[in-house]
Design a protein around this ligand. Structure first.
Ligand code: CP3
Length: 337
């Protein structure tokens, strides 16, 4: 296998950009919706054969250069003693959220045992497609996980967690630390079970002030990513103008949301590999427009260290034709020389 994705994540020049999509294995694929009629979300991710089948759906449709394991960032809640489920129409719900400062410093269960279903999934994927494509594992970052653990439900502004920061900075720090510890262990476990590339999703962390981000979160990103021996990618939304904080995480590559101008990012980040960043809603346009906008991103990024992706996840009602046009544009690309 020509491991384009691994090469690009390490900053090498590639003949064309490798391509995959965040949330590529979700509701926009008809067969996913059929499987979900039979299995709840949690049953699906906890049953390795089913999770494997779902992971492979985008492979059958698009042949992307990377397959992201079908799972969720919230799996690590359980080893920290939280119970959760996904409620349709609401999103993730944590049944026993953090109630106060005394609750914030959590002890960690046995990650390898409690999340063995994720290890089993990665082993299956390695066996079935490991020679043909790159297997992408992932984990949530401390801020994003803590947001659910404190609010107990999706929170657009993350006010409950930010209020904890203001009322009790020690508890805030202890909670983020607990998540960092479990995530660090979890990513090592994924490497041991076959993940070729890892992405850290601290999607919501851009809500922090820059000073708080630097003080509380950056050292944890560094601790989580330090010493991993596969290429790593970090994704945080709303970091336009402070991409240096993502670079400083120690991740090999920085994933850009769609508000970041690719050419500007390249100027700011120099040689740092980047991922992204087509606006996911661009996929609602006609396929010619999708191709055109995708080509503009590839051009602006240049031939070295670029992984083509969206600026965030695929929306549930995205037409398959548009996704196909997006992936094909990368696959047909050829840098000269
Ligand atoms: O295809 C892939 O990208 C792999 C799987 C994946 C899922 N979630 C599947 C999923 C990944 C990488 C995630 C990450 C994730 N999960 C994040 C970080 C990245 C991001 O997109 O912001 C976050 C914040 C979560 C938490 C979470 N889990 C949310 C917000 C939701 C959606 C809730 C909803 O009702 O829309 C989930 C559930 C979830 N995770 C679904 C999928 C496909 C939808 C389940 C369904 O209704 O079928």
């Amino acid at each position: 296998m020509d491991d384009l994705l691994v090469r690009a994540a390490r900053g090498e020049r590639t003949e064309r950009p490798p391509v995959w999509m965040m949330r590529q294995a979700g509701r926009h694929i008809p067969e996913y919706r059929e499987i979900r009629e039979e299995y709840s979300f949690l049953d699906a991710i906890k049953t390795p054969a089913v999770a494997e089948e779902i992971t492979l759906l985008p492979w059958e449709y698009y042949r992307p250069d990377g397959l992201v394991m079908f799972s969720d960032i919230l799996t690590v809640l359980e080893p920290l003693g939280f119970s959760y489920h996904i409620e349709s129409g609401v999103g993730p719900v944590v049944e026993n959220p953090v109630e106060g400062p005394a609750d914030a410093d959590r002890s960690m269960g046995d990650v390898r045992e409690e999340l063995d279903y994720v290890g089993a999934l990665l082993r299956r994927l390695t066996e079935s497609v490991g020679d043909e494509t790159t297997i992408i594992g992932f984990a949530g970052g401390p801020f994003t996980l803590a947001s659910y653990a404190v609010a107990g439900e999706p929170s657009r502004t993350h006010r409950p967690l930010r209020a904890l920061r203001a009322r009790n900075p020690d508890a805030f720090r202890a909670l983020l630390d607990s998540f960092a510890e479990v995530v660090r262990e979890y990513l090592r476990f994924q490497i041991d079970n076959g993940a070729d590339v890892l992405q850290l999703f601290d999607t919501y962390a851009g809500e922090l002030t820059t000073a708080d981000y630097r003080e509380f979160l950056l050292p944890l990103h560094q601790r989580i990513l330090d010493g991993l021996d596969v290429p790593t990618i970090i994704f945080v939304r709303r970091m336009n103008g402070r991409l240096d904080l993502l670079e400083a995480s120690g991740a090999d590559a920085v994933s850009l949301d769609w508000t970041v101008d690719m050419a500007t990012a390249r100027e700011q980040l120099g040689e740092v590999p980047v991922q992204g960043n087509l606006d996911p809603t661009a996929l609602y346009g006609d396929t010619d427009a999708v191709r055109e906008q995708t080509r503009e991103i590839i051009e602006a990024a240049g031939p070295e260290g670029h992984i083509l992706n969206l600026g965030h996840g695929v929306h549930r009602d995205t037409p398959v034709d548009s996704v196909e046009a997006f992936v094909e544009t990368a696959k047909e690309w050829q840098w000269d020389g």
